[in-house]
Design a protein around this ligand. Structure first.
Ligand code: SUG
Length: 417
């Protein structure tokens, strides 16, 4: 079977809550203190996976990580009962749901050893995300254990921050052919943290054995980060030969487009102008945090949050594009509001891996029956709601831990316990 793009979605964990942990992420800040609905959140995620399966796309999933992270708390010489509030919240976060931040993935056609390389992201800029990589790495090593086809790397060491595929794009004639890999880094100095450091991007390009002739390092625009685009995937997304981007995504857009066209003349760059959709509209609607996918028919679809449909500037631009000759032929709104309220849209929830699905551990590959089972576990075990002042509550901690164990068991993945 040929190489195909498989989207691995993070199952939204039972501790999903709104603790306002991510400065620079406007949704997270605006919803700090709100009551979350983990069960509804996780079921929204499952519905997105089902919808993608029905579109004929290959779908996988990752398990939630063990929360609270007791090893991390122990490293800080504390535990859930005694930790200060902000540490407790950081230990309890379900943030591993945003699988786009799990790793950077270079498919086999791009690497000199012909393997698909994955590097777990260190996520070190945000405390609550900085301890994800241990659980993530264990999971990647299991899912992609076939060493003939995959090479799984640990994270880049500190002090260089790495946010995984959220600051990475790949352009290629088709998924199974060699492509141009684009690393988008930020420079610090603005009002919000720039999470992706260029040294991490370069280290990953070396570890993945990429051809420097087909690798680009592009600076994310400072204005975009200041407007709340804490990851590049809030303002740009690529699929095959199409780059769909906001006019202000890159610090030097014209130079960026020229570099892309030099490396890949057939690239089609669709630019949304700021006078039609402002950076504020892009960040509010998450128009670009969409899954730009190639359907089995060969047409491209944009799987985007319902928030985009409710924004008249955004929806107006999209309808015009689809009515014209643009490469995006279909718009597929999905409801992931619970995740969106923490700044995670449809694209944040998935990690793209181009591979032959038979080389992946089948326990991580979705079909309708498996999603039914997963949804049943969620309905039975996931908390209905979490208020921020419940985060240290021992009954809730126990419920969250048991919920995950039930999910691992249902998916035959208790090895990850
Ligand atoms: O890292 N939100 C995540 C959202 C990640 C989105 N991912 C991509 N753009 N690929 C973040 O800021 C909020 C958690 C809280 O506030 O409780 C949070 O971590």
């Amino acid at each position: 079977m040929a190489l195909v793009e498989i989207n691995f979605d993070g199952i939204i964990g039972p501790s999903h809550n709104y603790a306002g942990l991510s400065p620079g992420n406007i949704a997270s800040a605006n919803n700090a203190g709100a009551i979350s609905q983990p069960r509804a959140a996780a079921l929204q995620g499952i519905e997105k996976m089902r919808a993608n399966l029905r579109l004929g796309l290959a779908q996988g999933f990752f398990m939630p990580l063990d929360r609270p992270n007791k090893a991390w708390l122990a490293g800080l010489a504390t535990d859930m009962a005694n930790a200060e509030l902000h540490i407790r919240a950081a230990a309890f976060s379900a943030s591993a749901m945003w699988a786009a931040n799990a790793a950077t993935v270079s498919p086999a056609p791009d690497t000199s050893d012909g393997k698909c390389h994955l590097s777990a992201a260190n996520l070190l800029t945000m405390a609550h995300r900085s301890h994800e990589w241990t659980g993530t790495l264990a999971q990647l090593k299991l899912a992609f254990a076939d060493e003939q086809h995959f090479a799984v790397h640990g994270p880049v060491p500190p002090p260089y921050g790495d946010e995984g595929a959220a600051n990475f794009m790949r352009l290629c004639p088709s998924h199974g052919e060699a492509g141009v890999e684009i690393f988008v880094y930020g420079k610090s100095g603005g009002p919000f943290p720039a999470r992706q450091h260029i040294e991490s991007s370069k280290a990953i390009a070396r570890a993945h054995q990429l051809d420097p002739e087909r690798t680009l390092f592009i600076q994310q625009s400072e204005a975009a980060i200041a407007a709340g685009a804490f990851h590049n995937d809030v303002v740009a997304v690529a699929n095959e030969r199409v780059l769909f981007t906001h006019e202000q995504a890159f610090e030097e857009p014209e130079a960026a487009y020229a570099a892309i066209r030099t490396k890949m003349p057939e690239a089609e760059i669709v630019i949304v102008p700021a006078d039609r959709v402002s950076l504020a509209d892009a960040v509010q609607s998450y128009l670009f945090n969409a899954q730009l996918v190639t359907l089995p028919s060969g047409e491209m679809a944009l799987i985007l949050p319902t928030e985009s449909q409710s924004n008249p500037n955004v929806w107006g631009w999209l309808e015009e594009h689809v009515a014209g000759n643009g490469p995006i032929r279909r718009l597929v709104p999905v409801d992931v509001r619970q995740s969106m309220a923490n700044g995670g849209g449809p694209a944040c929830l998935r990690l793209r891996v181009v591979a032959n699905p038979t080389t992946v551990d089948q326990r991580f590959i979705a079909d309708e029956a498996k999603l039914d089972r997963i949804a049943e576990v969620i309905a039975q075990y996931w908390p209905e709601s979490i208020a921020p002042d419940q985060i240290g509550n021992s009954a809730l901690v126990e419920q969250v831990q048991n919920a995950r164990l039930a999910m691992l068991e249902a998916c035959d993945l208790s090895a990850l316990a």
